[in-house]
Design a protein around this ligand. Structure first.
Ligand SMILES: O=C(O)CCC(=O)C(=O)O
Length: 267
């Protein structure tokens, strides 16, 4: 299934406990961000209400505090409760089955992040692309896309894939990157008309595992609520082509050097 179609949908990738823990973490982090910007946080830790607080806070940050919104995504993606979600034993087994290389390979996670697609804007939206231009060239990996906090469907912008595109030859798109050197290589729509677009509707706890050559993009979120997803790559750590990348760390505020300079001779 994975090899033929270039993707597979798997169930029960996250435990309920790990999901609940990450929801609580998200709620707390947003509360902290709101304190920092001096805004009142509409807090409720009651089950059912917590998601309302999260949605409201995220909507305010995305609209009026874009830098804080971006920093919140990095902060949430670095928490241990997020790492427990992306590192479950179940996912390790699923990825090994997709890789079909035999046995339990050690895996290296890469670019694992929380993403949020905001309603009726382009915030969080990515156009048609293949993941091979986002990671270690020629390496063997499996990509994950999994909605959390609520289901994803066509209405709220579930991921879209082009059926069969993982096996297709396509004109090489232009190299494009943002100011941080992050690849923005996109496939123009006019070269893709021969493929069927499939919108991947999934419930929380389900995941799409897919090939780095499968062309995919975000849908459009026409709902009233943010759509949350977990994305990332799992590389076969024994693959000779895989050389662990050294990531440039960018401090958003004071750098360690600036901090060092600011200190008196004795402290
Ligand atoms: O979550 C999304 O909408 C898009 C994710 C995606 O395309 C990616 O992670 O490569």
């Amino acid at each position: 299934m994975y090899r033929k179609d270039g993707y597979q949908i798997v169930q029960n990738v996250f435990s309920d406990d790990d999901l609940a823990a990450f929801r609580l973490t998200t709620h707390r982090l947003l509360e902290t961000e709101f304190k920092r910007i001096g805004r009142k946080f509409d807090s409720s830790e009651e089950l059912g209400q917590m998601q309302v607080s999260i949605d409201n806070a995220v909507s305010i940050l995305a609209k009026d505090y874009r830098d804080v919104f971006d920093e919140f995504l990095d902060r949430a993606s670095s928490t241990l409760s997020f790492h427990r979600l992306i590192s479950s034993l179940r996912l390790e087994t699923v990825v090994n089955e997709c890789l079909e290389v035999g046995g339990e390979k050690p895996l290296c996670g890469q670019l694992n992040k929380l993403r949020i697609l905001m309603p009726n804007t382009n915030i969080g939206r990515v156009d048609w692309h293949r993941e091979i231009f986002q990671t270690v060239p020629r390496s063997r990996f499996v990509q994950i896309w999994a909605p959390i906090f609520r289901s994803a469907d066509k209405d709220n912008g579930a991921l879209q894939i082009l059926e069969g595109s993982h096996l297709a030859k396509l004109p090489k798109p232009e190299w494009q990157e943002n100011k941080n050197g992050v690849s923005l290589v996109r496939y123009p729509e006019q070269n893709l008309s021969s493929f069927d677009t499939v919108s991947i509707s999934l419930k929380e706890g389900e995941a799409l595992m897919f090939d780095g050559n499968l062309v995919h993009r975000s849908g459009i979120n026409c709902s009233q609520f943010p759509r949350y997803s977990i994305v990332g790559l799992y590389h076969d750590a024994e693959d000779p082509a895989y050389v662990a990348p050294r990531l440039p760390v960018k401090y958003r505020e004071e750098t360690p050097r600036e901090y060092h300079s600011s200190l008196p001779e004795s402290f």
